[in-house]
Design a protein around this ligand. Sequence first.
Ligand code: SF4
Ligand code: SF4
Ligand code: SF4
Length: 648
Amino acid sequence: MCLWEPRHERDCGGGWCENEGIAASHQVPKGAPVMIAQPLTGFDRTPEHAFVHINRERCAGCQECIIRCPTGALTLDSENWIAQANDNLCVGCRQCERVCPFTAVAVTGPVVVAARQEPAPLHFDSILGETGEVRQGFSDWPHALLEADRCLNCPDPTCMEGCPAHNDIPGFISAIRERNLEKSHEILQETSILPDVCSRVCDQSVQCEGACSWALAGERPVSIGLLERFVADNRTVPAVKRAWKDGHGLSVAVVGSGPAGCAAAWELLQAGATVRMLEKDAVPGGVLQWGIPSFTLPDAPMRRPIEALLNAGLRLQTSCSVGRDISLDALLADNDAVILAHGASQPIVPPIPGRELDGVEDAREFLERGKQALRDGRSLPEVGAGAHVLVLGGGNTAMDVARTVRRFGGEVTTVEWMDERFARVRPDELEEARGEGVTIRFTTTVERLAGIDGLVCSALLRRTRQDRVDRLPKVLGGVPERVIVSRVIFALGYRVDSELAVDFVNLPLPRIDQSRTIPDRRWTASGIPSKSPAQVGSQALRREVGLAVAASPTRGGWWVRFRSGSTKPNSFFRTTWWQTLWRRQAAGGLAAAPTSYDDRVWVAGDALVGPSTVVGSMAQGREAARAVLKMRPTREPIPFGPSARRAN
Ligand code: SF4
Ligand code: SF4
Ligand code: SF4
């Protein structure tokens, strides 16, 4: 089998090996499918170019660089069997340099790429009561086309590795270049049912854009998120297509209506299955509904997936909690399979003295209340003018909370014990929060909260120091600082509802306390804790592997061989937690975890891997549904379950 099995027809010149040189070099049987680099046509080359130096002594003619060069600047000198470069075509993307297994390529000179197109940020006269979307998208074709033109249509698109759903990014961007939004949407829909949501809430800087070739070459990446949003905003996301295929006759219960649950239901309905969805809250949507403010995710894209599913025949039951209102055994008696996609919505509350005082609440409680009040045009006096709100945490949830408080008029300070350089927060979110008047204090932690008559009134803060990303911050000594507060909100993230996961399906839960491990933000944006004994899905793992590879300082090209299965991680990776993930990946894990109920109960999304990304959960929900469709479990007497376990 060929080393370069095409991921997409686009990658391959006809789908069959036409280059005997490559075939010989990779010992590919003649005629086996192989990926041939398609030189980019119509690329706007400038007189400026970079310089490619091929070390003739080191080059083995393996053509790893040639098949990746997006501009056709590299070819094979078949007489000497080494790579040769046409500098005039080189844009300096450094992909060749990065992948050469023999470090025979060096690129010097400029990175030749046009300036990144970005819409001007929206400025409100006053953000009081404002629910309008802060981040703007491309409003016209010229800007979208200029940005689409920055994409190199890379033959080996690292951006796809960075996207947890593995969207065909060069494919959908090429369709934009052809001004064909219909086609662009179709390409996106192969892997994503939530392009309008993901393009707004994904942290692209550590996902697709963080892995874009331009970013890896030190330039500003293609605005993939904005282009995806341009497609989603200008062409309605297609409805669920009922195909009545492999799911016909199958009845599946999906627990949870967040991204993973919706994606699972979408996949099952498309296949013709009957789907019943249970949501413990009164309003469906999961984290999209309660956890993301309207100024980041407006109501229309947030509600669209559920509306589309209802139109396709979904049976939705709200205010119904598994364990409280219905048992898992009852669900199994009525359905062939159950997919648990109940998310991770339990707030993390550290044991800080004073947390039991009045005026102290958690982020979920506040975000839900705040979102509804803003929607209704009501005020919240406790966080209104004159209030001094302290938010614990410096991640995206903390920023959402703080920015919501600002919309009610209160003064707000967030404290985060990590250094700003290592904090797990979207850079644009941080900038926007500061612009809206939020005071953000990194390397600061809360020692205790104090109150008068049971009501919180002050907090003792201490400074911390963190020098390295893989080291916990140190709390510094000295006299603590006292600050006056009228309200405290814990926004330190969420964890899996352990009651459901452990008591009902005996899940190997991810570590709940992530505060003891601080791996590189770039590797953990999916929320997978390091050194975890958890069983995690291969979709999520692939994402980690992709980013680890993309971020790897190793230029030896070992990862090329790793992907072909002919090598093991190098010493850099052998010494890291990543090895554990690699082993599981190599063993070919499943994208969603089956449970002790055999193939009848599946777990996907945040419920499996802990707090993660919307797009990662969506991808896992789809995989769980595909696993159910493949296995086609049937209703039979339950071999073992909670009641059986209790009996034992
Ligand atoms: S730097 Fe990029 S464009 Fe230039 S030869 Fe290498 S892969 Fe091709
Ligand atoms: S789904 Fe998210 S990570 Fe994937 S391409 Fe879209 S914005 Fe990027
Ligand atoms: S988005 Fe970046 S990595 Fe992806 S194909 Fe375009 S230039 Fe290459």
